[in-house]
Design a protein around this ligand. Structure first.
Ligand SMILES: Nc1ncnc2c1ncn2[C@@H]1O[C@H](COP(=O)(O)OP(=O)(O)OP(=O)(O)O)[C@@H](O)[C@H]1O
Ligand SMILES: [Mg+2]
Length: 587
């Protein structure tokens, strides 16, 4: 992607248009850069003057001191403006990126689940972190430096011609060679940078994956094998870097050589032209040589860096294209519902609902079902039957293609999305915890929920004792994704979360993994507490949990095959009875 050799002008222009959001910072940075482009080349001129007038002739010690002070002052001024230019350019760039990042993350958070099903999280992380970093460089070191460098090169060249046009032409003779070499270098370095980036990505991905799955690696004795693969990737990484180093280590000496050539040409020319000159002329020449020598370096350094700087612009533009793609994307669940106040004590009615995650691959087929207010409905069925999918539809995380879900007489889609979700609590099958304390994981850092409320909820659900037993109670850190806790324990925390939010509709999607008897009892009690007097949907894997449910719905391959109370279904002697007998004979 980064190999496109032309700049995408449309994207580049769009990127540049962001300067308007921080006009003042931009103007200050530009002014400092412009001043710097003039102050820099002025110093050699002053030094040259000093050499001609006071050093070559070696008379006035006082004046020499004064001129030295002036040069010192110029140096300090230059340093000051260098600092200001770089400070404001970076502040300008970071401010733009901060806004962009805010917009980007805000946008990503609104996307519907389908987007996340298709997009690897790693890619999104790359957008938010390293892509934006590359864009920052466009504004901080890319643009400003190129502009500043070009300006100072221009100033130096003009000054050279004004001071002595013959000397100027002589000094500039090697420049075409330099430009030619720079172009070749730019092409080579672009290729190696691409290689380098690929190698870094490969290394990152490998290390991250193997470390995340380190228990799997050890479990299957893969340490040696994985280490061998790693050695290969590591070697490629080295190779890619060395290639880049090669390009640099050839190019830089060439630049040095050319600048020395400039100086040599100038010296030879001066030596010849000074034959038979007066002392006055000779001391003038002396000063000029010093000035030109210093200018030569001011000329070569920026031209040498131009190739690098142009790469920065190009890379930033390619990355910006990917970031803009996300910013322009409209991939939210439709939210045109306007109802923000309604009675949730109504029957939830599924009316011939059919749904497919992709195309015509129907996961739910023609589901019709009534869930009475205040009742508990349980779903059972084999893995992949579509139980969790029903939850996804009720929370409107996915749009269903056919049929209707109603709350009383109201279509679910005419409820405002956030209002709907506020009134439904879902305990997901796969409980996600942030790497934070237990308390913050329960409240989700909502300041409106006090610790007292949480403790009260934990007591009600019957989990308070368990949390208190942990080393730091409610302040215990749960580790990344809650790794410190067992699956069942994580689910209990999610129960408290659901209880604290006190929803009208509660959905529990039981974790599949089996838990020990003590935990099972806790979960059972918590479930009873939570579902009491509330419209509840319980997806159960252990049938013992749901015997008292008001209605049990058996799903098979996305269809309702049986529907009734525990007693009715046992009498029916179908799928449910078989399942029940299987489970209880296991125990
Ligand atoms: N995000 C998704 N994108 C595409 N297909 C999906 C997605 N989530 C689930 N499916 C598919 O839909 C079907 C139903 O999945 P679902 O998660 O509803 O099953 P389940 O009944 O909850 O199973 P389990 O008891 O294992 O939790 C499965 O075939 C699954 O492969
Ligand atoms: Mg499921």
């Amino acid at each position: 992607m980064e190999s496109k050799s032309k700049l995408n002008v449309v994207v580049f222009k769009r990127l540049l248009s962001y300067w308007k959001t921080y006009k003042r910072l931009f103007v200050i940075a530009v002014l400092c850069t412009i001043l710097l482009a003039f102050i820099g080349p002025a110093r050699p001129l002053i030094i040259g003057q000093m050499v001609s007038k006071y050093i070559a002739k070696g008379q006035d010690a006082n004046m020499l001191l004064i001129w030295t002070l002036i040069i010192g002052g110029a140096l300090i001024l230059e340093a000051l403006f260098q600092f200001l230019a770089s400070y404001f350019a970076n502040l300008f760039a970071q401010s733009i990126i901060r806004d962009l990042r805010k917009k980007l993350v805000g946008k990503i958070l609104t996307f519907r689940m389908q987007f996340f099903d298709k997009t690897p999280i790693g890619a999104l992380v790359t957008r938010v972190v390293s892509d934006l970093e590359a864009i920052t460089e466009v504004f901080s070191s890319g643009l400003m430096n190129i502009a500043g460098d070009l300006l100072s090169v221009f100033v130096v060249i003009v000054a050279m011609f004004v001071l002595d046009w013959q000397l100027a032409i002589l000094t500039l003779t090697p420049i075409p060679i330099l430009i030619f070499a720079t172009r070749i270098f730019a092409r080579v370095i672009r290729g190696t940078l691409k290689q380098e980036q690929k190698a870094v990505t490969a290394l990152n991905t490998f290390v991250q994956e193997r470390l995340t799955g380190v228990s799997l690696v050890q479990l299957f004795n893969r340490e040696d094998k994985e280490f061998q693969s790693f050695k290969k990737i590591n070697k490629n990484h080295l190779k890619a870097h060395i290639n880049a180093v090669w390009a640099y280590s050839i190019f830089f000496p060439i630049v040095e050589l050319l600048s020395s050539l400039s100086i040599a040409l100038m010296l030879v020319w001066c030596a010849f032209s000074m034959k038979g000159a007066s002392t006055e002329e000779i001391s003038n020449r002396f000063g000029q040589v010093v000035t030109f020598t210093l200018w030569v370096y001011m000329l070569y350094r920026p031209i040498r860096q131009l190739a690098d700087k142009f790469n920065i612009l190009q890379r930033g533009t390619v990355r910006a294209e990917r970031v803009f793609e996300i910013l322009d994307r409209e991939d939210q669940i439709q939210n045109d519902g306007e109802i923000v106040d309604c009675d949730f004590n109504k029957t939830i009615k599924f009316d011939s609902v059919s749904f497919a995650y992709t195309d015509e691959d129907w996961v739910l087929k023609d589901i019709s079902l009534d869930i009475e207010p205040g009742s508990t409905v349980a779903f059972v069925g084999a893995t992949g039957a579509g139980k969790s999918t029903i939850v996804n539809l009720l929370g409107r995380f996915y749009e269903f293609q056919k049929g209707e879900i109603r709350l009383g007489a109201i279509d679910l889609k005419s409820l405002e999305l956030h209002y709907l979700r506020k009134n439904i609590s879902i305990v997901l099958q796969d409980v996600f915890l942030f790497s934070d304390s237990i308390l913050n994981n329960i409240t989700l850092s909502d300041p409106n929920i006090s610790k007292e409320q949480v403790i009260e909820a934990a007591k009600a659900v019957g989990v308070h004792e368990f949390i208190n037993q942990l080393p730091e109670g409610y302040e215990t850190q749960v580790g990344e994704r809650g790794g410190v806790l067992s699956v069942g324990q994580r689910q209990l925390l999610a129960f408290i979360r659901a209880y604290v939010y006190n929803p009208h509709i509660l959905i529990l999607d039981e974790a599949t993994s089996s838990v020990d008897n003590e935990l099972e009892e806790l979960i059972q009690n918590a479930t009873n507490k939570l579902t009491k007097g509330r419209t509840s949907i319980v997806i159960a894997h252990r049938l013992s949990t749901i015997q008292s449910a008001d209605k049990i719905v058996v799903l098979e391959k996305g269809e309702i095959v049986e529907n009734g109370t525990h007693k009715e279904l046992m009498q029916l002697g179908g799928y449910y009875k078989t399942l029940h007998e299987m489970q209880f004979s296991e125990d």
